[in-house]
Design a protein around this ligand. Structure first.
Ligand code: HEC
Ligand code: HEC
Length: 244
């Protein structure tokens, strides 16, 4: 029964990922843009039920509130650009922050695209959460230096030998092994120079320890890598003994 449940949730995940990749490419792009613009420091996509007031209104609440307000676009655009410091508080009593500071790091065009997306928001919050997590992990893997050596997808050019295995190949290789998170966390934190060489089709002999990486970030990265879509990634085949 447990097995059945597991594979069923696997199917649902696969379907969700498929749906995400087909019809939510735009949402994925907008979530990444809002994330890069710092909006999610204060905002959430959907409200969460806690006793504490949120810092700022969720994007879903904003979309609902202004649904029938046809000339709200320019007003909100101005509020996003200049902040709301010297203006009326629109969400008084509902949020913990008195005002939104000016978003000085984005252009008016970017703000316009974001406000338009927020006002027409139509995304399943659970999916938004997953897409956002994916985007955060992409950023984390870049700022943590992983992408100096690792790519997301395997190289397809015949004569190119990559520095390190791609993240999707790692996911495929460790897919059904129970102790994978533990083993990979150890590799990421301590490097692989003391381990038996695992990946023979790459240019570097071993991975150096990622000493500056926080433990929780390393854990998140490993779980994220293991959760990546492995469709179409061939299972790694060990080269015959003595031929490496
Ligand atoms: C430092 C926190 C913070 C950041 C960062 C932030 N906001 Fe806000 N935002 C708020 C708060 C607080 C409010 C509610 C202001 C009020 O009650 O008048 C708000 C309100 C809004 C509103 C609704 C305004 C209204 O009049 O109802 C929009 C739209 C919005 N933010 C979009 C954005 C976008 C887009 C970004 C990123 C570019 C962003 N915010 C970044 C805190 C923030
Ligand atoms: C300097 C290059 C380099 C950097 C930077 C690097 N890696 Fe690696 N990584 C490698 C190489 C090479 C291997 C293959 C080692 C082997 O063959 O045993 C590897 C293997 C791995 C593996 C698989 C380990 C195994 O036991 O099979 C994971 C997971 C991994 N890296 C994650 C990361 C993460 C996460 C980061 C960033 C925090 C990172 N790597 C940074 C070069 C690198």
């Amino acid at each position: 029964m447990a097995r059945l449940k597991l594979s069923f949730s696997g199917i649902i995940t696969a379907v969700l990922i498929l749906v995400a990749s087909v019809s939510h490419a735009k949402d994925e792009e907008m979530l990444a843009l809002a994330n890069a613009s710092g909006c999610f420091i204060c905002h959430l996509v959907a409200p969460v039920s806690t006793d504490d007031l949120p810092l700022a209104p969720s994007y879903q609440e904003i979309a609902i509130r202004y649904k029938k307000d046809t000339d709200v676009f320019n007003r909100l655009l101005d509020r996003v650009m200049h902040g709301t410091v010297y203006q009326d508080q629109a969400w008084s009593g509902k949020v913990g922050m008195r005002f939104m500071p000016p978003n000085v790091n984005i252009s008016r065009d970017t703000a316009a695209v974001l406000v338009n997306w927020i006002l027409n928001l139509d995304i399943d919050p659970a999916l938004a959460k997953r897409l956002l997590h994916h985007d955060r992990m992409l950023t984390l893997s870049t700022v943590s230096g992983c992408t100096i050596c690792h790519r997301m997808d395997p190289v397809t050019e015949l004569r190119v030998v990559p520095l390190a295995p791609s993240f999707r190949e790692i996911a495929a290789r460790y897919e059904n092994r129970a102790n994978s998170p533990h083993k990979l966390l150890d590799s990421v934190e301590n490097g692989t120079q003391d381990n038996q060489k695992v990946w023979h089709n790459v240019n570097m002999q071993f991975m150096p320890p990622n000493v500056a990486l926080k433990k929780e970030d390393a854990t998140d990265l490993v779980h994220w890598i293991l959760s990546l879509d492995t469709k179409g990634i061939p299972t790694y085949v060990e080269p015959p003994a003595g031929k490496q």
